[in-house]
Write a protein of this length. Structure first.
Length: 266
């Protein structure tokens, strides 16, 4: 599905700010973009920082997205997140069990983690601000669980699961396809976010951590791994909101150190 066109004109200042965000890259792995209607802060990090220059080593990846409305109130609802990841990163799913989204579509967080325990690749949390018909803004949230999903069109997927309780209990289990691409970025993950809290909710924060290691075929494997070929690991994001606003080109750079091979001396 293509990124949505603007469904309403943006104020001129917002247009300038969005244009200024295009191609913005921030070393130190924190990027902030603000328009009249929304402010986003994106963070990413990985451990360990010292990695081989040519071969891949297991890493723990952490990321977060904060969404707010300048001046307060409910920010616009986030509809889609597109994330690109550096060619020095690698995703490994060979021999890793999968979780079918329908198997956890009605499950609580604890039930989902029990049903698909062997397919868990990451955890996190989502925070949502709900605008009730009364006019009150009520926060709600849920632990997030990321499962290795069945392949779709030959591509790996992630199943994102959460459950909120305001204004009523609602369970989410949606699929995020991961596409392998040519060029500077090796992978693209596209998350189409379902309506939250019956369409009354807007995301204010998402945080995730990926760190799964497993054994398959007699070999130790890591769901995410990386190398340090040029001392920088890059990621890139685009964010589309229900208002039609798209903020794209938000880039992050995180520095790494090339690990010396064993026995190479000082």
């Amino acid at each position: 599905m293509p990124l949505r066109k603007l469904r309403r004109p943006l104020p001129l200042v917002a247009v300038f700010l969005v244009v200024a965000a295009l191609g913005a890259t921030v070393a130190g792995a924190t990027a902030v973009v603000e328009t009249r209607d929304v402010r986003i802060e994106v963070n990413a990090s990985f451990e360990p920082r010292d990695l081989p220059a040519k071969s891949f080593a297991p890493v723990q990846f952490s990321g977060s997205l904060n969404v707010s409305k300048p001046g307060g109130g409910q920010p616009p609802a986030l509809d889609r997140v597109v994330l690109d990841f550096d060619r020095d990163g690698r995703l490994e799913v060979s021999g890793l069990p999968t979780c079918a989204p329908e198997s956890i579509a009605q499950a609580s967080v604890e039930e989902a983690r029990r049903i698909c325990k062997s397919a868990i690749v990451g955890t996190g949390r989502i925070e949502v601000l709900v605008a009730l018909p009364s006019g009150n803004l009520v926060p709600t949230g849920s632990p997030l669980t990321l499962f290795n999903g069945p392949r779709a069109g030959g591509k790996p997927t992630v199943i994102v699961h959460a459950r909120t309780t305001v204004p009523t209990t609602q369970t989410y289990a949606f699929t995020v396809p991961i596409e392998k691409r040519p060029g500077e970025f090796r992978y693209r993950a596209t998350a189409d976010i379902p309506p939250l809290a019956g369409g009354m909710g807007a995301i204010t924060k998402i945080s995730i951590k990926l760190s799964r290691q497993y054994t398959a075929g007699g070999k130790k494997r890591s769901y995410v791994s990386a190398r340090c070929s040029d001392n920088i690991l890059r990621s890139h994001g685009a964010f589309t909101f229900a208002t039609g606003l798209t903020i794209e080109g938000v880039g992050l750079e995180k520095y790494c150190a090339q690990r010396r091979p064993a026995g190479s001396g000082h």
